[in-house]
Design a protein around this ligand. Structure first.
Ligand code: SF4
Length: 225
């Protein structure tokens, strides 16, 4: 089990605008300045951390990936994407509870547009935290001529939200103070959990193993093409 807590995410304003339902070119100067101001404010509150561990794949049969320790992940899309991998990394990333507090305070003070902007910035920041982490892992495994796959989070694609419990069983979540409730939602809210596979560069092609290429769910918000 390892923790990464030495990197601040670079928050993409473009991603924040997208989460706010705005197209980059049509954004008013006023909103753009407000987003800059709120990014600067929220950055001071962020304590980004990523907890992770890597497990060997024992076998992949049908829709089930079986890992060392007899952990079983059930998803047809994950089984297919990870079929040429030999290991899986489990991760749990969070910005810490102060970010939730800022959003909650804005709501309490009925500053709804501020709350909405902070919420979008938090989502962009936690996603960037995970991306930075995976990029670092990619650089590490590249030295062994390996690469990582696309990542999956419980509740997205065909991976059921209740499998979140398995991610939390594998990771010792109290090491970074993230809790899971009965509905499998995380607290702090600006947290992301998931997995990605690791395997030989020759075998693991991110495009070729992308399940979205052949998927008919064209309205899926998690589509990656
Ligand atoms: S579009 Fe991609 S993420 Fe969405 S359900 Fe299909 S395979 Fe999964």
């Amino acid at each position: 089990m390892k923790i990464v807590d030495d990197t601040m995410p670079v928050i993409s304003k473009e991603r924040v605008f997208r989460l706010l339902g705005q197209k980059d070119k049509g954004v008013s100067g006023r909103l753009s300045k407000k987003v800059d101001k709120h990014i600067a404010g929220l950055e001071k509150m962020m304590r980004p951390k990523v907890l992770y561990t890597t497990k060997k794949i024992r076998k992949i049969e049908g829709n089930t990936v079986t890992l060392e320790g007899d952990v079983k992940l059930k998803s047809a899309k994950i089984s297919k994407t990870f079929r040429k991998c030999d290991r899986i990394t489990f991760f749990l990333a969070t910005l810490g509870e102060q970010v939730d507090n800022v959003i909650r305070s804005s709501l309490k003070e009925k500053k709804l547009s501020d709350a909405y902007i902070y919420d979008a910035i938090g989502s962009a920041a936690v996603e960037a935290t995970v991306e930075d982490f995976q990029n670092k892992m990619d650089s590490t495994v590249k030295k062994k001529n390996q690469r990582t796959t696309l990542r999956f989070s419980p509740g997205y694609c065909d991976w059921k939200i209740k499998e979140q419990q398995k991610v939390f069983t594998v990771l010792e979540n109290d090491l970074i103070d993230v809790d899971l409730n009965e509905s499998y939602l995380m607290a702090p809210r600006k947290s992301v959990s998931g997995v990605f596979g690791i395997g030989s560069r020759e075998l693991v092609d991110k495009d070729e193993t992308n399940p979205c290429r052949l998927c008919g769910m064209h309205t899926c918000v998690a589509r990656r093409v």
